[in-house]
Design a binder for this molecule. Structure first.
Ligand code: ADP
Ligand code: MG
Length: 447
């Protein structure tokens, strides 16, 4: 028995004892129906309980609230009960068939990428919420789900998390997981071996198709045709499709309009680079997988978050480097800023952000809790407009950026709009001391 199985058994045993102690269930009913149920998994506050037959399911279902309360007491965390009838095995297998094996296109869902270890922040909250909603309501809303963003920001992680959650909630659903690149190669090989029709049909039985990095099908005419047919077949039959790409569909050059339009039909969500607070939380989580986080000084977290937060992969690399260095080359009991600076000697310069319009815009966004989309949008909501004006002003003041460039980076605005934003800020700086304080604070953060 694995440690996890021991833990689940133990939790379930304690929960059953508590249930019995409530005296709300007749002893016979308890012995016949409750004691044969098993806790299969407990993740992200969801307890999956397996029962042998439908009759058990309906009896336990009547006591959902009571079971949830007892689980809550046992694990010290609010828990949602999910009941399932025991299925025949084979359920945890990824969907595959002989043709997929022959073409080597099937990817394995990685159990270590789940919602439980995905740190949520402003930069990725929309994608995380959309992904978990889709997993829980397969094919019913947001179809397709299209997650886009730069490399290393968690797209593949979320795609796997969807797969894992669906496995947990609906063990009988067939999940196919492929990459855009493998799909292109699959079409190519299937064409040469005259198995293209079989290839198309092989997707038909899926309940969920996960496609990572769909941008790789761009510019490949034959692949477009095949993908379009596979995609329509699934979505028209309420089968879920989730896709990732490095940019929004309309920006993927070489993608046919009809495909772009189908992708836009569901929900597109963006993942952005982690803002400061999220970077700190990610760092804490990654460090806690290895050592006690309180052994690392806050200044160290701040130093890494400031220098490596272009993407999460860089943050992970920095944690690895920090731990490697401090374990092997440092005599200190704690990880201090001095150790961190030694660990990253020669590296930080390369990754350190040079002051650019993007960097200034991001700092202002972080300060006001806005996304890039909001600050460059046409909206004139007061706090967004104020943030936009301040960011434009600081781009002039700190790096002397040309008005035209600033306008371009703020939603393709005209240079005269930038000039009047800067004038406005300068006027306010003369009359409003609170405004001066805010700008000084933002400038301090930027520097
Ligand atoms: P992408 O597919 O966008 O290039 P990945 O999903 O491969 O990025 O993420 C890169 C690494 O960063 C992975 O190890 C992933 O687990 C980790 N990661 C990304 N976002 C988060 C997050 N919000 N919380 C925890 N780990 C994350
Ligand atoms: Mg990826």
């Amino acid at each position: 028995m694995t440690t996890n199985e021991y833990y689940l058994n133990d939790v379930w045993k304690k929960t059953l004892t508590k249930l019995k102690e409530t005296h709300e269930i007749n002893d016979n009913v308890f012995n016949l129906y409750f004691s044969v149920a098993k806790l299969r998994s407990l993740e992200d506050g969801i307890a999956l309980v397996i029962v042998p037959h439908l009759i058990h399911l309906s009896i336990l279902k009547d006591k959902t609230k009571l079971i949830e309360d007892c689980l809550h007491e046992t694990v010290g965390q609010k828990t949602i009960l999910c009941l399932r009838v025991e299925e025949e095995k084979e359920e945890l297998q990824n969907y595959s068939n002989s043709l997929w094996d022959e073409l080597a296109i099937s990817r394995k869902i990685d159990p270590s990428y789940n919602f439980g270890n995905f740190v949520i922040g402003r930069s990725n909250a929309q994608a995380q919420v959309a992904a978990s909603t889709v997993a829980e309501n397969l094919g019913l809303i947001y179809n397709p789900l299209f997650i886009y963003g730069n490399s290393g920001l968690g797209k593949t992680h979320l795609l796997n998390a969807i797969g894992n959650r669906v496995r947990q909630l609906f063990p009988n659903k067939k999940i196919g997981f492929v990459s855009g690149l493998d799909f292109v190669e699959g079409v190519c090989k299937a064409t040469t071996t005259k198995k293209l029709d079989d290839f198309k049909k092989s997707f038909h039985d899926l309940d969920l198709l996960l496609v990572d990095d769909i941008q790789f099908i761009a510019g490949k005419e034959k692949t477009h045709e095949v993908f379009f047919s596979v995609f329509n077949d699934l979505v028209n039959n309420y089968k879920q499709v989730c896709l990732t790409a490095d940019r929004v569909p309309s920006d993927i050059h070489g993608l046919e309009d009809r495909i772009i339009s189908r992708f836009n039909q569901g929900l597109n969500v963006n993942i952005e680079a982690p803002e400061y607070e999220t970077s700190i939380n990610i760092l804490k989580m990654k460090i806690s997988n290895n050592i006690e986080t309180n052994l690392v000084d806050d200044e160290v977290l701040n130093y890494i978050a400031t220098n490596f937060s272009t993407d999460v992969r860089s943050l992970e690399g920095a944690v690895n480097r920090l731990l490697f260095y401090s374990i092997n080359f440092s005599d200190e009991d704690r990880i201090t800023l001095k150790t961190a600076m030694e660990a990253f000697k020669g590296q930080v310069k390369e990754t350190k952000n040079e002051l650019t319009i993007n960097v200034i815009r991001k700092c202002v966004c972080d300060y006001y809790g806005l996304t890039k989309q909001q600050i460059i949008s046409a909206t004139r909501t007061k706090n967004i407009a104020t943030a936009r004006h301040i960011a434009m002003y600081l781009c002039r003041k700190l790096i002397d950026a040309p008005y035209k460039d600033i306008g371009n980076e703020f939603g393709k605005r005209d240079h005269s709009t930038v000039i009047s934003a800067c004038d406005r800020v300068e006027k306010l700086l003369k009359s409003d001391s609170l405004y001066v304080k805010v700008i000084n604070e933002i400038e301090g953060r930027i520097k």
